[in-house]
Design a protein around this ligand. Structure first.
Ligand code: FAD
Length: 400
């Protein structure tokens, strides 16, 4: 049975209760807005994604008071990132900065559940087993609510001043809105990943070879996530022969050492595969609606930044909604591309696999610079002030 929905009207409906939607719900509920967060998937379910978090995301989780929950779920500290460019090895310790000296890579079963629980504790109403299936608009085309279908096949209609699509890469909300793609990236990578025990590696490891890349990310339950990335054409040509053969082949060609560790860790775990989708940025807001997370902006997973982007943009969006003025929401949309342009472009260059070792190293230097710039943009964030709260309760219901 789907979770019940207590009311027929909210300030904000959010479709999608994972890193983007649950973070937005948490911030809006803490600012006093009445939020309904819906998702057809079950709480604490897994999704198709590896889960390395960058410093910006860890800082936000820390500031929001969610990091302790993630730590107490046994998520290991990651104290170094090691880059392997062919035979060249560059180990980078995670520096102590802003009160943090470790990264984390919680399973999505842990991260998404912690964010949903924090949103619920803040007063957001959470309904799993429900999907947004339609939008209500007024006679000027402004979104004024949503229709939701439940796992019991019942449809309910809920009014809201703002409907946020945080429903992922294939966003139903974006399709219902016909939200146009404003920027697209030409390249994509395919990846295959699985979980392994006792690999004996410390920290994150990213390995590069001409035409492929692999990586290892320590996570919950004493397991390490190991991924292999290749161009989609190679994936398509080989997937029918079986994922295991292709996965082992790519591991061997990029890192004999990692391939040996995986082979020695006891039989193939269940592998999951992503065929690749080129990056895009969609228009992110309009009258009565907004998009956040992959629904509005997708960059290739090879730079492992989607969750960090989702958390950062959730905070930018929440601040615009709390501001309450129509222009603030417009500004959120306008500023998004400027914020992410550099990262989006260098991610696409890395996803092209059209580089040699010196070039990919240079791309990583650019990436590090872009990442620091994105963290700097977050420095102004803090808990919403009393003014924000007053303005939110006064003007969001009629004004966003
Ligand atoms: C193979 C792969 C590896 C990746 N590795 C990393 C990594 O290491 N680090 C990183 O930061 N990022 C990584 N990413 C990217 C990351 O997974 C995404 O950027 C992130 O999940 C986006 O979060 P989101 O909340 O926007 O959407 P999602 O996590 O996709 O969640 C969307 C939610 O919306 C729900 N939904 C769908 N339709 C509806 C509807 N109609 N109504 C209501 N709800 C709906 C879905 O059930 C889902 O729960 C990876 C992605 C892939 C594919």
């Amino acid at each position: 049975m789907p979770d019940p929905i207590r009311d027929t009207r909210y300030d904000v409906i959010i479709a999608g209760a994972r890193c983007a939607g649950a973070s937005t719900a948490l911030l809006l509920a803490r600012a006093g807005l009445r939020v309904l967060l819906v998702d057809p998937a079950a709480r604490a379910s897994d999704t198709l994604s590896t889960h390395a978090l960058m410093r910006g995301a860890v800082l936000q989780l820390h500031r929001w008071g969610v990091l302790d929950e993630i730590r107490s779920a046994g998520t290991p500290e990651i104290r170094s990132t090691t880059f392997h460019y062919g035979d060249e090895v560059i180990a980078i310790p995670i520096k102590e900065r802003d009160g943090l000296d470790a990264l984390y890579a919680p399973r999505r079963t842990v991260l998404d559940a912690a964010l949903v629980d924090a949103a619920s504790d803040a007063g957001a109403e959470v309904a799993h087993g429900r999907a947004v299936s339609g939008l209500l608009t007024d006679d000027r085309g402004r979104v004024i609510g949503a229709r939701m279908s439940g796992s019991d096949r019942e449809t309910v209609t809920i009014r809201a001043d703002l409907v946020i699509g945080a429903d992922g890469i294939n966003s139903r909300v974006a399709r219902l809105l016909n939200a146009p793609v404003t920027h697209s990236a030409p390249h994509a990578t395919a990846s295959i990943y699985g979980y392994w025990k006792n690999l004996g590696l410390e920290g994150n490891h990213w390995y590069y070879a001409i035409g492929s890349a692999v990586g290892s990310i320590p996570t919950n339950g004493g397991e390490t996530c190991v991924f292999a990335s290749i161009p989609p054409a190679r994936f398509e040509a080989r997937r029918r022969d079986g994922l295991e053969d292709l996965y082992s082949e790519v591991l061997r060609e990029v890192s004999e050492d990692l391939a040996r560790r995986v082979a020695g860790s006891g039989g193939p775990g269940k592998l999951r595969a992503f065929a690749g989708v080129p990056g895009f940025l969609r228009r992110g807001a309009g009258p009565g609606w907004a998009l956040v997370g992959d629904a509005g902006y997708f960059r290739d997973p090879l730079t492992a930044h989607g969750i960090s982007d989702a958390l950062r943009e959730a905070e930018f969006l929440a601040r615009s909604v709390i501001d309450g003025r129509e222009e603030a929401l417009h500004a959120y949309d306008e500023a998004r591309y400027e914020r992410v342009r550099g990262f989006f472009e260098v991610t696409d260059r890395i996803a092209s696999f059209d580089w040699d070792m010196d070039e990919v190293k240079e791309h990583h230097m650019v990436l590090a610079k872009e990442m620091n710039a994105l963290i700097d943009m977050q420095r102004g964030f803090g808990a919403p002030t009393a003014n924000h709260l007053a303005s939110a309760t006064a003007s969001v219901p009629g004004g966003v």
